[in-house]
Design a protein around this ligand. Structure first.
Ligand SMILES: [Zn+2]
Length: 467
């Protein structure tokens, strides 16, 4: 992984890295789009694991860094060098974006927005009565939102402010001290003051246009604040203050970005956004590194506020051997790639079914064992089988998601290219068969679980939760 050389860290070489724990202990997937975000993500790790022996799923061209924050093991993807095009823009997740401040929300550069909802504001159609939004609003799962409460509590009890945590992380590395320095210039212009090209006030060392700046109170004690609310996510860069205000007001949007919708289509997630500009014509890149670090540190605080057991209880938990599938799914979101949809869809299907094949192997072995099991071991075996079945259920849901996404691509059946038509038709029937195979396995497991429960009741054993 040559690209790992780009990771900023102490000038001293890394000490020997530990071999990562088993795959099943990685419960957090962290997806970065830009290099600044990746560097910020790596800088918040307490430990980095040796990834030399990491085996990637077939067809997966991404690189990953495995690491630990507190008691959580996580997997961070490395954005391909300098490919910031739309193809990759469909990925996620903890990164920096454009704010939409308003009278209600005093959002500033370097602040963090936690997305409770994601609105694809530009999806829709022009009608006689104006623009009609048709995109599906996605809501962050309640379980993930609860993490925020844990974090609030932690920060409150420990009297820690996010800005202090950011400073601590920044000072931890030689590179970070300069790379992630907080910029001093934060000017929020009135929407009426449009960017003036090379002579604009936003480029001057001292503002001459104070009259055109929104008056704001100083924020000396806690310069970084965390906001929660709706994120506007679509295929557009928001760079127009009037449109920003119009859309933000209509949808109660706190910030704009381009990734969350793509990822939420594939997997539930909690978008965490560091604010790096005001979605207007004065936008520049100065705040990117700091905003990325602010979002990463906020994610770190969230993780430190909950135990791995709590994460493991979530229905949206990313089980170890499905983690790369989630990331793959996000990276390969079919809608992001024009021209090679079939290939992408096939890739998603293959990767999903590869996971399922592994799971099937485990389930079948377990089912065989259930036939002549000693009564003392029965309850344990039942629980293990139930866990596998739950995991399989998650994969079933993902296959249904894929099927749904594929239906949006059914125009491929009418493609000019006969090879594309043929390939897509085959893929569709394949996914149909996959779904049936999954269902069959699920039914067999269900029967075995029911039989075992009956036996356990006959034996007078307390079975706990019967499914
Ligand atoms: Zn300007």
């Amino acid at each position: 992984m040559a690209s790992l050389l780009e990771i900023p860290n102490d000038t001293t070489p890394f000490p020997a890295l530990r071999v990562p724990p088993p795959h099943t202990e990685f419960t957090i997937g962290w997806i970065c789009v830009l290099k600044d975000e990746f560097r910020a993500a790596v800088s918040i790790l307490d430990e980095k694991y040796d990834t030399a022996g990491l085996v990637r799923a077939q067809g997966d061209r991404n690189h990953y860094v495995l690491g630990r924050v507190g008691m959580h093991n996580l997997m961070i993807n490395l954005p391909p060098a300098d490919t910031y095009g739309t193809g990759h823009a469909q990925t996620i997740s903890i990164n920096m974006r454009s704010a939409a401040p308003s009278d209600k929300h005093d959002i500033r550069l370097g602040d963090v927005v936690l997305g409770t909802k994601v609105v694809p504001y530009a999806h829709g159609r022009e009608t006689d009565h104006g623009f009609e939004q048709t995109g599906i609003t996605r809501t962050t799962p309640r379980e993930l939102l609860e993490l925020i409460t844990f974090m609030d509590e932690r920060l409150w009890w420990q009297k820690v402010s996010l800005s202090e945590s950011i400073e601590q992380i920044r000072e931890r590395t030689d590179r970070g001290q300069t790379a992630f320095l907080r910029p001093t210039r934060d000017r929020f212009y009135k929407a009426s003051y449009i960017h003036q090209g090379s002579v604009c006030d936003c480029l001057q060392p001292e503002s001459q246009q104070r009259v055109n700046l929104y008056p704001r109170k100083d924020r000396e004690v806690h310069p970084v604040q965390v906001h929660r609310g709706t994120i506007g996510s679509d295929n557009h860069v928001m760079k127009n203050a009037l449109r920003r205000d119009y859309i933000a007001q209509k949808n109660n949007i706190l910030c704009f970005e381009m990734e969350a919708t793509g990822v939420m289509d594939v997997t539930p997630c909690l978008p965490i956004r560091g604010i790096s500009d005001y979605s207007d014509g004065h936008k520049n890149d100065d705040w990117h590194p700091y905003a990325a670090l602010a979002a990463a540190v906020c994610a770190r605080e969230l993780l430190l506020s909950v135990s791995p057991q709590i994460i493991a209880q979530f229905p949206v938990t990313i089980a170890g051997n499905t983690l790369d599938r989630y990331i793959l799914g996000a990276v390969s979101n079919p809608s992001a790639f024009a021209g090679s949809e079939v290939e992408r869809l096939r890739h998603n299907r293959d990767s999903l079914m590869e996971r399922h094949a592994l799971l099937e192997e485990l389930m079948v072995a377990k089912l065989r064992k259930m036939h002549n099991i000693h009564p003392d071991d029965m309850e344990d075996a039942r629980k293990e089988l139930q866990d596998l079945k739950d995991l399989q259920n998650t994969l079933k849901i993902h296959l249904q998601d894929l099927d749904r996404i594929m239906r949006q691509h059914d125009d491929l059946l009418l493609s000019q290219d006969p090879a594309v038509r043929e390939e897509y038709r085959n893929l569709k029937s394949q996914v149909q068969k996959d779904a049936e195979a999954m269902e069959n396995l699920s039914e067999v497991a269900q029967k075995s679980l029911q039989t075992t429960c009956r036996l356990l009741i006959q034996l007078g054993t307390d079975t706990g939760n019967l499914h």
